[in-house]
Design a protein around this ligand. Sequence first.
Ligand code: SF4
Ligand code: SF4
Length: 256
Amino acid sequence: MEIEDLKEQMDRLVDESLLNRVNEKDFSIERIFNYPLLKAAEASDPLFDKLKDSTVIGEHHLAPSEWLNGAKSVVSYFLPFSREIREANRVEEWPAKEWLYGRIEGEEFNKLLRQALVDSVEEAGGKAVAPSLDSRFKRTDLRSNWSERHAAYIAGLGTFSLSKSLITENGCAGRYGSIVTDLLIKSSSRPYSGIEEYCNRCGQCIERCPAGAITGEGKDVQICSDYLSNVIIPRYRPRHGCGKCQTAVACEKVIP
Ligand code: SF4
Ligand code: SF4
């Protein structure tokens, strides 16, 4: 199976799916996400084993072969938020309404994309699992047993930012998804060697964080999580999100 076939199908869904837009009586978003960046990694890439190290994620992180017997490839994508959503969230402090809808309603579209990839593989005669949709998926101490961002890093989509998102060709503001499959899909190049290679340490995300969760040492996930639980969720329930760090303009300019 060719990765281009999967990309074509995803692009079509971005254009046509009603889940990729918001159309309410008094609020609309023409397009939540732009076209995804898509890459593939070998399921046996030794970096997947490294994720079991407690200094990275931990023993509970499952390798591709633990999600799917006979796994050969991991297909990973970055789904960038549209310009409309990014620019709306560049205002200070509070999350833009567009961002909150993108984060929550947008995730329904992201689930559709993951399932569409699984369906495509099965139609081609293979097996596939989308770990984030699987009943075994769980989170322990803020760390899940499948990290979409680390899979994206391994597949070559980008390197980590100070705020622990991924800096890709299309910046940081977006969502991730992946599947594990027993079909062999040609792996992509990983055009970097360091985990934070694209971050230029400009500090813009530090200044933008309303919770003070980011320092020159990185992001304190507990401070960020407490801010979301104690400040954002009570104010915006049933939606939540912040993303001030991910919408730093600097992150969109570091990869030429
Ligand atoms: S805003 Fe600057 S310091 Fe923060 S992640 Fe982006 S490039 Fe790195
Ligand atoms: S999501 Fe918001 S609170 Fe959390 S690190 Fe980013 S800017 Fe700070």
